[in-house]
Design a protein around this ligand. Sequence first.
Ligand SMILES: Nc1ncnc2c1ncn2[C@@H]1O[C@H](COP(=O)(O)OP(=O)(O)OP(=O)(O)O)[C@@H](O)[C@H]1O
Ligand SMILES: [Mg+2]
Length: 282
Amino acid sequence: MEDVQIVTPAGKTGAAATPLKAGTPGKGPLPTLMEIRNLNVWYETGQALRDVSFDLKRGEILAFIGPSGCGKTTALKCLNRMLDAVRGIRIEGSIRMEGKDIYSPDIDPPEYRRHFGWVAQMPNPFAETVYENVAWGARIHGLTRDQAELDAHVETCLRRADLWDEVKDILHSADGTALSGGQQQRLCIARALGTNPDVLLMDEPTGSVDPIAAGQIEDLMLALRQSVTILVVTHSMMGARRTADRVAMFHMGRVVEVGTTTQMFGAPVSAEAKAFIHGIVG
Ligand SMILES: Nc1ncnc2c1ncn2[C@@H]1O[C@H](COP(=O)(O)OP(=O)(O)OP(=O)(O)O)[C@@H](O)[C@H]1O
Ligand SMILES: [Mg+2]
C-alpha cells in the first residue's frame, strides 16, 4: 500500500525462517510467543505509540490497562497487522512471532492474520445464522474438507465458547444477531476461534455486557487459556485481577510498567500505575 510506511529493522537484517505454528505451553516458565520492541506508531493525526516494548508469552493472559486514548487498541492492532491499510499510518520498530519478523516479505498477511482471533467491545455477529457465523473462518481458510468436518468444527468452537448447549437446536434457524448480548459476545468468541488461532486479541470484551455475562466471559477466558494465548484490553480492574497472569500499564502512548498481576495490583512501581490503579487518574 502506497500510504503505509513500515520500517522494521529486524526485517532488514533478515529474519530467522521459523515457521509460525501452534504449540502447547509446557511446564515451567512460559515460552515467548511474541516480542515487541521499540514500537512507534503515527496516525495522520499524530503519534499514538512511543517506544513500546513487551513480550507475549504462549499460554498466558496479558492485560493492557491505562486511561482512554493511551494507545492500548493501537498496540493490539499492530500485532495482527490490522493497521496496515490505515491511510497515512507509519509503524516503526520490531514485532516478532516465534522469532520471525511479522513484516518479513515472505509473510502473507491474510494467512498471518489467521493466527489471531479478534473480539471487539460491542458484539458484532454477522446477520447470518449462528452456524454460518462460526463456520466463516474455516470456510475462508479452507480448514475443513467436507460438511461433516465443518459441522464438527462449528460444534467444537461453540463448545469452547461455552455456547453450544444454548444454541445447538437453533444453529440454522436463528441469526447471530437474535441472541442476547452476552450470547452474542460468546458467539463472536466462537467465531474468533474458528480459524484455530494461536492468539485471541480481545478489546474490552466485557465492556458492553452486564456483570453476569461479563463473569461468564471471564470464566471462559480462564478456560481458553489452556489452549490459546490471550491479550485483553480492559477498563475493569476487577476483571484484570481475576483473569490476567500479567498486566501492562499504558500511559500516553508508552508502556510504563509490565508485571505480574499480583505485583501490579499489590505493589505497582511506576507513579502512573499507582495513580491509575488506585483510581486517582483515568
Ligand atoms: N484510525 C485512527 N486514526 C487516527 N488516530 C487514531 C486512530 N485510532 C486511534 N487514533 C488515536 O490514537 C491514540 C490512541 O488511541 P487508541 O484507540 O489506541 O487508545 P486506547 O488506549 O485504546 O483508548 P480507549 O481506552 O478509549 O479505547 C488516540 O489519540 C486516538 O485518537
Ligand atoms: Mg481502545
